[in-house]
Design a protein around this ligand. Structure first.
Ligand SMILES: [Zn+2]
Length: 272
């Protein structure tokens, strides 16, 4: 069965509003730390993040969580940009969060409750990066960060059986609810890999929205497109990405449904 964006209105997350006037701008980060090796282009230095947030503020953007963005009526979203951090790296609380707070911003971090305090074992070969512990996730939540699910263990959801898929979506939501006391509203597809069956599982698990990477149309509240931000993104590149998003989504109406056969796997070359 295809996903129907209209279900958002009567879902358990009904207070989230689907994009009604073009797509809101949502940025994708992963890890924030000093680095020497970054084969997948997922790491920005703390200083670069600071400059990027300053750039957003200079251009009258306030970074907010995706839930905040979707709760805001479309007409009032001007000036808001969603900030997301995938995988739940430990450096989020030590590097990203202080920068966000300094710039008056908040964000959504998509974590892996099946790998608490573990590392990014799915990214081999590649540098070892520790993941948030349960306590650090609570610290982030207490500081105003939206905690979303990235599944249990960072698996390609399109390759799983129905039972495995249910565990990754439903069980991860339950674990995060138990961990923070707040039931997560957002889900983020590992590797950006999503099809209609996966969208249905996410919706049926009770999530109000799903973040993809950069899927082709049609987008919807369960395949929200995002813009990847890298260490290479200084002012000019940020301006280009801002303009490209505006041009791509300027006149788009409420996102249509995801076709049953659609494989909205990310098309930007990023594979996280
Ligand atoms: Zn990921």
């Amino acid at each position: 069965m295809a996903a129907d964006p209209s279900v958002l209105a009567d879902s358990r997350s009904a207070r989230l509003r689907p994009p009604a006037c073009g797509q809101p701008w949502i940025l994708t980060y992963h890890s924030v730390c000093e680095w020497t090796s970054d084969p997948y282009g997922i790491t920005v230095s703390p200083a670069r993040l600071d400059h990027q947030l300053a750039w957003l503020r200079r251009h009258h953007y306030t970074g907010v969580s995706v839930a905040t963005l979707l709760r805001t009526p479309a007409a009032a979203r001007r000036g808001l940009v969603g900030l997301t951090f995938d995988d739940g790296y430990r450096d989020f609380v030590h590097e990203a969060l202080p920068a966000l707070l300094r710039h008056g911003c908040s964000a959504t971090v998509f974590v892996l409750p099946g790998r608490l305090g573990g590392s990014n074992e799915w990214d081999r070969p590649g540098p070892d990066k520790p993941l948030l512990t349960a306590e650090e996730i609570r610290t982030a939540a207490d500081a105003g960060t939206e905690i979303g699910s990235h599944g249990l263990r960072h698996r390609d959801l399109t390759s799983l059986t129905d039972d495995e898929l249910r565990l990754e979506t439903q069980r991860s939501r339950e674990l995060l609810r138990d961990l923070t006391g707040v039931t997560p509203e957002g889900f983020c597809y590992p590797y950006g890999s999503v099809d209609a069956r996966v969208v249905d599982a996410v919706r049926e698990a009770g999530y109000g929205y799903g973040c993809a990477l950069t899927p082709g149309p049609p987008a919807g509240p369960y395949t929200l497109p995002r813009t990847h931000i890298s260490h290479a993104d200084r002012a000019v590149r940020l301006r280009v990405k801002d303009l490209r998003h505006r041009l791509r989504h300027r006149a788009s109406a409420a996102p249509a449904r995801l076709p049953e056969s659609a494989q909205a796997t990310a098309g930007s070359g990023e594979r996280r």
